[in-house]
Write a protein that binds this ligand. Structure first.
Ligand SMILES: [Zn+2]
Length: 195
């Protein structure tokens, strides 16, 4: 559902940007792409989003040049952020910081570090150790003090996302995931059998 475009919005870049990223799920898809999710099935598992909705969102983001759809090394399809997409990191970071400040009393849920020297990043993305404004591919993301493991999903995709790693770095080898997905469907089949 796109936000209605009004006359007043035509001169507002916030409204224009929200026409691209303001739909339900879209920013979460983009967040996961930063965290290294690339495959349709991984987005679907991680976000618990209806597949038809995910298809629409991905198509739209590709059309808008935020994501690129590409063949991966194994003949599958993957979605990666373009430069235009990567330029959204400050938006995701600002939302993260805002959420931490007002809704995470025990501290930040995820911390950003400069991968090279381990320095923490401030709200503007500047490394507190070396003073550099750290480019996105050199940012390491890791669970912070406010991150509650017991509240987190324990599927392989979430596990990989929650392991400290650099942004945009793909989270997982396809074979590992297929095995994991196999396990998951086996578990589901077992659950059905028990009902
Ligand atoms: Zn640094």
């Amino acid at each position: 559902m796109t936000l209605p475009s009004t006359y007043a919005d035509r001169n507002c870049s916030v409204a224009r940007a929200l026409e691209i990223v303001g739909e339900r799920w879209t920013l979460l898809i983009i967040r996961d792409a930063f965290f290294g999710v690339r495959r349709f099935g991984d987005f679907a598992n991680q976000l618990k989003i209806p597949r038809a909705v995910l298809t629409n969102r991905l198509k739209f983001l590709v059309k808008e040049g935020v994501l690129i759809r590409d063949d991966d090394a194994t003949g599958g399809v993957e979605y990666r952020l373009t430069a235009k997409g990567v330029a959204l990191w400050p938006v995701v970071r600002a939302l993260m910081n805002w959420g931490d400040a007002f809704y995470s009393p025990s501290g930040v849920k995820r911390a950003e570090r400069h991968d090279q020297d381990g320095g923490l990043l401030d709200h503007d993305g500047r490394c507190e150790d070396c003073g550099l404004v750290v480019p996105v591919p050199e940012i390491r993301i890791e669970p912070g003090p406010g991150f509650d493991l017991t509240d987190s999903d324990h599927d392989p995709v979430s596990g990989a996302i929650n392991t400290p790693h650099r942004l945009l770095e793909p989270i997982m080898r396809p074979r590992t995931l297929s095995a994991a997905e196999g396990e998951l469907s086996a578990t589901r089949a077992a659950e059905r059998a028990h009902r």
